[in-house]
Design a protein around this ligand. Structure first.
Ligand SMILES: Nc1ncnc2c1ncn2[C@@H]1O[C@H](COP(=O)(O)OP(=O)(O)OP(=O)(O)O)[C@@H](O)[C@H]1O
Ligand SMILES: [Mg+2]
Length: 260
């Protein structure tokens, strides 16, 4: 765990606050992390196979990585595009396509992961943060997945569980309405099924337990990084992020009847 945490410590995600993402015509510039070289190798492998659903890496120098801009709606717009079954299903299919296509990638010998590698069944290269905000949307469908800073090997269910939490969403009624902007409280059981059917071909698994374990892992990592003094995790923890996450985990545990 120590090594893995050190890898994340080097990810320098905190640089973001000082030098945010900028877009100039069709080029996106973002602060590099020590994982950027590995991420670019990964993206290049997918692009070489003809996948246009991840950004084309253009360069990585002087602390800035550049990537090709992908036309469409991103960021906060994602909350709206995920409301329909069409949007939800398209994101699940896209995640599946990327997971499968990436299996043939050979990482660099000195690969640096953006999050700790996780052992287990059916390990693939996981995105680590596949929420609606990190997809690019066009014509009501997800067409690309961006922001690969957390790339790491992990069981594919790790990304699936993370996506279920944010897409279904597996969150309270209030958050579904206020944060995710659903016009009415979504039918979570239906949306879990749409996502899983569209992702396709998964062994049976306990959705609640798997999502809870994924959320707990995020929380534990945040705590460990904060304990090392890393920002922004230290500030998140002092602002009560772990208590908030614990409450959200409790919500998932206590609402199994709405989920499966
Ligand atoms: N390759 C790209 N093509 C199109 N838009 C992009 C691309 N990269 C970034 N963007 C836009 O810039 C926004 C922020 O980029 P990105 O997600 O990479 O950074 P971030 O700081 O990690 O954001 P967050 O923490 O909100 O996920 C995206 O939501 C999207 O709107
Ligand atoms: Mg992002």
């Amino acid at each position: 765990m120590e090594d893995a945490l050190e890898a994340v410590g080097r990810a320098e995600k905190a640089n973001r606050a000082a030098r945010p993402v900028s877009i100039d015509r069709d080029v996106v510039s973002r602060p590099s992390t020590s994982a950027s070289g590995t991420v670019h190798s990964f993206l290049r492998h997918l692009r070489d196979q003809g996948l246009d659903c991840v950004p084309e890496p253009l360069g990585d120098r002087d602390g800035t990585e550049t990537l090709r801009f992908i036309d469409g709606a991103g960021g906060g717009e994602g909350w709206y595009h995920q409301h329909t079954d069409q949007g939800l299903a398209s994101a699940a299919r896209l995640l599946r396509t990327i997971h499968d296509a990436a299996r043939s990638w050979t990482p660099p010998l000195e690969a640096v992961w953006g999050a700790p590698a996780v052992a287990g069944d059916d390990v693939v290269y996981c995105h680590g943060d596949p929420g609606p905000w990190n997809f690019i949307w066009r014509d009501n469908e997800a067409v690309a997945l961006i922001d690969w800073d957390y790339l790491h090997p992990a069981p594919r269910l790790s990304d699936v569980a993370y996506a279920l939490r944010w897409f279904v969403p597996l969150r309270s009624d209030d958050l579904s309405l206020a944060w995710h902007h659903f016009p009415e409280v979504p039918d979570r059981r239906h949306r879990v099924q749409v996502f899983l059917d569209s992702y396709g071909d998964l062994p049976a698994f306990d959705v609640v337990d798997t999502v809870v374990a994924r959320m707990q892992a995020t929380s534990d990592l945040c705590q460990a990084l904060a304990d090392q003094g890393q920002e922004p995790q230290r500030t998140w923890v002092s602002d009560g992020a772990l208590e908030q996450q614990a409450a959200e985990i409790r919500w998932v545990r206590e609402h199994r009847h709405l989920i499966v």
